[in-house]
Design a protein around this ligand. Structure first.
Ligand SMILES: [Ca+2]
Ligand SMILES: [Ca+2]
Ligand SMILES: [Ca+2]
Ligand SMILES: [Ca+2]
Ligand SMILES: [Zn+2]
Length: 734
């Protein structure tokens, strides 16, 4: 691991972006910056620079001793040490805002500058607990190479490029062009750019864009829209009734007007306000009681709604594609949430962060609908706009969070994402994450086989709210959002099962690995550490290559537990659910090189089947070393109390075992490093070598036994059980 070093805890859940090469010098500066902290754990890396670090990052006065005018300044001294971790300089970070959450933690946001100019989307968040411990820092601010700092393009030329680049018609430039730095999506280098604000009309609605043009060669780099609309599949050109906000029809103390669009919109605004206030204690979109202004009857037969930066705007619909949009809670919460996002994470409405921004609006539409019905999880909660969309067609919706591709355009799998994907379509990726997290289940089209355990809408809501208010930054990507939501769950004090569900929900859509995985055993020199109240003995193979009768679970039934990976039995692949439905009884479960290659657990009904497999793959175990070289190999397997190789541990050398791990260790093991010297490290379910067996192949490790299971098919009790806290015997063979 590139991030292992003195005083640095290795990344416990490596992401796809974590560098795999060791000993390279390209991250030496980052490592030495990390080494300045007593304890610093890197949770995610992009382009060799961390985007999430937690640990003991320093101390500032507790929140009770803080004076308002010091906002942001109390961590200033500490930033000089922290900034180099992100390849930044403390002086380049400009305070934007801080928020205080209900646990008394402060989250301070700093905007990145470079050579005195703002870096678009670059923001660092510093997290401080109520006692003043700086326990985490994350964000999309990161230093790195700069493509060019020459200005060779005149601002007037940039403005022309910007106007055509915005695709608005008509379009006009608002204000002077400004110099900024921008890192185009998918690129490592910062480009010096002209930022041009272009307003006008596009696709039948007002547009207001920040357009970026390369100052060196005049190339259009990015368009960041500032007006967020519901999706409109058709362009309408009605030309009347566009002045905003129009005539005031009803205010807070006013009586119903008799105009159903006005009155129902008034009620939907109330529902949206109450949802945010009751569930998240948020006072309006700015959390400072801002008046909710909306305009209905916008234009004629207009099939759209949007937030324009100050107010909500709704059309009446055309009666075919949609009915009156202001009557709908989904549309109202969706648009209002754009205003919340703008005040908090400020996710840029372009690229991955744009999909995330759009998704957050859909997610909160689902959350508030669920809340109005006592945290319901029915189908309508996860449909967007179903009440106003296509009045002539029952059951359909504008978007489907639980099966995003049902609308014909949205994505449901991150590997399908490309930088050109429309934000209203890439939103499907995180919409599905939220749905799986809230409701549980698997990918609707079987893109992955990962099962997500439901945590309910309310907890999922709190996680996404915390992520959007305290952790996301303007250019947060989907992989960064995974880390942010995991850490939101941790910061909220949720248990590890909940965090695993977050991890698995992202893994299910192709972002990151599932919570439980097998991986090669790291190089380790652990001194022998025997179990205090048990005796190591040589255990005959015949006592492990057994055919246990099917039997009932040994203790409580674990409701709804299903292992993530499919099970391969005699060349046929089953999901855990199928195996249960068909009542296929297995005695032995194998995780080895081949399992890793095929991404399956291999199941064997009899010890004879297992032995055939072991012979055919040259993995037949032996009670004695079969060569001098083997006999000299002495790496032990290590058994840990907690997942991710944490907590207390004991070791067992090759060739020996414990028919009973003893009272202190019985039903306690949660993760395992398998020895590279042993052909197999075998875990047994029962005391004195009974029950089912889990065979771990040479040199493989399991970070979390919770994800692996065995099936018991006794009478009507057909259930899966996790190996976590279940192991009673362990044996290593040569
Ligand atoms: Ca709905
Ligand atoms: Ca419909
Ligand atoms: Ca345990
Ligand atoms: Ca047991
Ligand atoms: Zn939107």
């Amino acid at each position: 691991m590139a991030w292992l070093g003195a005083g640095i805890v290795a990344c416990s859940s490596p992401t796809e972006e974590a560098p795999r090469d060791t000993g390279s010098a390209k991250d030496a500066d980052v490592k030495s910056a990390l080494a300045r902290f007593k304890r610093a754990e890197v949770l995610g890396v992009q382009d060799d620079v961390p985007y999430f670090v937690r640990g003991d990052l320093g101390r500032v006065p507790p929140v009770s001793e803080l004076r308002a005018r010091e906002a942001g300044e109390d961590v200033r001294g500490l930033l000089n040490d922290l900034a180099p971790v992100f390849r930044l300089r403390g002086n380049d970070l400009v305070f934007r805002k801080q928020s205080l959450d209900e646990q008394g933690h402060r989250h301070l946001r700093f905007r990145q500058h470079h050579q005195g100019l703002p870096v678009i989307g670059g923001e660092l968040v510093v997290h401080v607990d109520s006692q003043g411990l700086v326990y985490a820092a994350n964000g999309s601010a990161r230093g790195g190479p700069t493509a060019s700092t020459d200005v060779k393009v005149a601002p007037e030329v940039a403005a022309k490029v910007a106007v055509s680049g915005s695709r608005a018609e008509p379009a006009f430039v608002d204000g002077p062009a400004e110099r900024v730095f921008l890192r185009p999506e998918g690129e490592k280098e910062l480009h010096l750019a002209w930022q041009v604000r272009v307003k006008g009309q596009r696709d039948g609605m007002p547009s207001d864009d920040l357009v970026y043009v390369d100052a060196k060669d005049g190339v259009l780099l990015a368009v960041h829209p500032r007006i967020h609309s519901a999706r409109n599949r058709r362009v309408y050109s009605a030309n009347n009734g566009t002045s905003l906000p129009g005539t005031l029809r009803r205010s807070e103390a006013g009586a119903p007007t008799g105009d159903s669009h006005v009155d129902q919109n008034f009620d939907r605004l109330g529902d949206a306000y109450n949802c945010y206030k009751t569930v998240f204690n948020r006072d309006s979109y700015d959390n400072a009681g801002a008046t909710l202004i909306s305009t209905v009857h916008y234009r004629s037969r207009y099939v759209n709604a949007y937030w324009d930066g100050t107010q909500l705007v709704y059309g009446d619909g055309d009666g075919v594609n949609s009915s009156e949009l202001g009557k709908d809670l989904d549309v109202t919460v969706h648009e209002l949430t754009h205003a919340v996002t703008e005040r908090e994470s400020d996710l840029i409405f372009s690229g991955e962060s744009g999909g995330l921004n759009e998704s957050i609006s859909d997610i909160f539409a689902g959350i508030c609908e669920s809340w109005t019905r006592g945290w319901a999880t029915d189908a309508d909660v996860f449909k967007i706009g179903e009440d106003i969309w296509t009045p002539g067609i029952p059951g359909d919706a504008l978007r489907y969070m639980s099966d995003p591709t049902q609308d014909g355009d949205s994505l449901d799998y991150y590997p399908d994402y490309t930088s050109g994907t429309d934000v209203h379509y890439s939103s499907g990726i995180s919409n599905l994450v939220f749905t799986l997290l809230a409701k549980g289940g698997t990918h609707p089209r079987g893109k992955t086989a990962i099962h997500v355990t439901a945590i309910g809408v309310e907890k999922a809501a709190r996680i996404f709210y915390k992520a959007n208010t305290d952790l996301f930054t303007p250019s947060t990507s989907f992989p960064q959002a995974r880390t942010a939501t995991q850490q939101a769950a941790v910061q909220l004090g949720y248990d590890s099962n909940t965090v695993d569900s977050v991890t698995n929900a992202w893994a299910a859509v192709g972002v990151g690995a599932p919570a439980s995985f097998m991986e090669p055993t790291p190089a380790h020199e652990t001194p022998p550490n025997p179990v205090p109240d048990a005796t190591l003995v040589q255990i005959p193979l015949s006592q492990v290559l057994t055919d246990p009768p099917r039997h009932d679970e040994e203790s409580q039934v674990e409701d709804r537990f299903l292992p993530d990976l499919p099970i391969l039995v005699n060349g046929v692949q089953y999901t855990a659910e199928q195996l249960r439905a068909q009542d296929i009884h297995l005695a032995h479960y194998v995780l080895d090189e081949r399992s890793a290659e095929l991404n399956v657990v291999q199941g064997f009904r009899t010890s004879a089947e297992l032995q055939t497999y072991m012979r055919s793959t040259n993995q037949y175990p032996s009670e004695q070393p079969t060569s001098l070289q083997q006999a000299l190999c002495n790496q032990h397997s290590v058994f840990f109390e907690h997942a991710n190789y944490a907590g207390a541990s004991f070791t067992v050398p090759p060739g020996l075992g414990l028919s009973y791990v003893g009272n202190t260790w019985n039903d306690r093991i949660s993760s395992v490093w398998g020895s590279r010297c042993a052909s197999w490290t075998v875990l047994g379910e029962h005391i004195n070598l009974g029950g089912y067996w889990l065979w771990i192949g040479r040199g493989w490790s399991l970070n979390n036994l919770r994800g692996w299971g065995y099936y018991t098919g006794f009478w009507i009790f057909r259930s899966w059980h996790s190996w976590n806290d279940r192991v009673s015997s362990v044996i290593l063979f040569w």
